[in-house]
Design a protein around this ligand. Structure first.
Ligand SMILES: *Cc1c(COP(=O)(O)O)cnc(C)c1O
Length: 385
């Protein structure tokens, strides 16, 4: 039996948190000393290690997950006049990456059991102008759009996975990223693996890998620049300043060395939440298959969410909301449509603290606080006329 102290620990006061394994600072100091700030062999080593880990040939490192999505969409030929199908229930970065290409987002609903899109929801949103479909691997859950794949066969429509939450998760026997789609990872501060800031795109082919490398490097073909001892370099097309610095890559290299610990800890913590939450009435855990996924967010659906959020904050628990639906955001109002499941999730979803600093005891305390908050919130709403 664990004994509960009355107030949750400072770790439980944070909804998410980066986790360092201890060797990052020394490794960064060394890279700084060597002057490898920019895209150097350090970045290339990180790309190689990520590719090996996932079981793919190429991984293209960029400065953020948003940059990964943007370059992946560009590499898929997405531009003005095109539509990209995307769930409204995602981080606003997915939508901004679409807008950066000049294309139009077409928002879809999600299955409230997984917070992910389904074949049917995607196909309902596909039109003649669709050029890409962007499933979001919410919370680390793999999304199998086998039906979409079948129906879209022969059409020039790319599946660009937003796998910002899903580094390390499996899709069947293979890691997410190794199943043949354009896949984008984020290595931002609070993701399963962090570079400080960073991202990676997994291309579908060798030519696509070359395109992505040019897109992230101002359109310059680096392989040519490196081959010749020339006084010039070739700008082969449009490009952005999106490469990953050696500093960020160094952090990622250390994190990747320890990723097995991230997988283990996140699974243990998830099972602890699942166990503890089962004892509470009126709470639905948005569950995840922890044998195949590396969980990223712990989310529940509850009535009276706003009041419970307030109560939990008052108790020092770091709750959050992932995400306010994008189709209801002021900036995206022109693409608004009726998405009943997303709107309900938007009202009911609460994200509990989930990061590698937590202990199983912290989780017991969070769930105890949740039980009390639910009681108080229930009473508060009954007392209102
Ligand atoms: C974090 C995140 C992104 C963007 O990644 P950054 O590295 O922060 O740019 C995109 N989509 C989702 C779902 C995310 O959680």
């Amino acid at each position: 039996m664990t004994t509960h102290t009355s107030s949750p620990s400072p770790d439980a006061g944070r909804n998410a948190s980066p986790y360092l394994y201890g060797e990052e600072a020394a490794a960064v100091a060394e890279v700084l000393q060597r002057g490898q700030y920019g895209h150097t062999d350090v970045t290339e080593r990180f790309e190689q290690k990520v590719a090996e880990f996932l079981g793919v040939r190429d991984a293209i490192a960029v400065m953020s997950g948003t940059a990964a999505l943007h370059t992946a969409l560009l590499a898929a030929g997405v531009g003005p006049g095109h539509e990209v199908v995307v769930p409204s229930m995602t981080f606003c970065a997915s939508v901004q990456a679409i807008l950066a290409t000049g294309a139009t987002p077409v928002f879809t609903d999600v299955d409230p059991a997984t917070l992910c899109v389904t074949d049917q929801l995607v196909m309902e949103a596909v039109t003649d102008r669709t050029r890409a479909v962007m499933p979001v691997l919410f919370g680390g859950r793999a999304v199998n759009l086998s039906g979409v794949r079948k129906e879209l066969a022969g059409r020039d429509i790319a599946i660009v996975e937003d796998a910002a939450h899903a580094f390390g998760s499996h899709n069947g026997a293979r890691r997410v990223g190794a199943t043949g789609d354009l896949t984008c990872f984020s290595f931002g501060p609070i993701k399963n693996l962090t570079c400080g800031q960073g991202g990676v795109v997994i291309p579908r082919s060798l030519p696509e890998a070359a395109t992505l490398r040019r897109l992230r490097m101002l359109g310059v073909d680096q392989s040519q620049a490196e081959r010749g001892q020339t006084t010039s370099y070739g700008v082969e097309g449009f490009g952005l300043r999106y490469q990953m610095s050696g500093i960020n890559a160094t952090i990622g290299l250390v994190q990747l060395d320890h990723f097995d610990k991230a997988e283990t800890t996140r699974r243990i913590l998830w099972r602890a939440y699942r166990r503890a939450l089962a004892a509470l009435d009126g709470v639905r855990l948005v569950d995840v298959d922890v044998d195949h996924s590396v969980p990223h967010l712990c989310q529940i659906l509850i009535p009276n969410r706003d009041e419970v959020h307030k109560q939990m904050k008052a108790r020092g628990v770091g709750v959050g909301v992932h995400y306010p639906p994008n189709h209801l955001q002021p900036a995206f109002a022109q693409w608004r449509r009726d998405l009943p499941a997303t709107e309900q999730v938007g009202r009911e979803v609460l994200t509990l603290p989930f990061h590698q600093h937590l202990s199983e005891n912290d989780i017991d305390q969070v769930v105890t606080a949740l039980g009390q908050a639910l009681k108080t919130a229930g009473a508060a709403s009954c007392a209102r006329p």
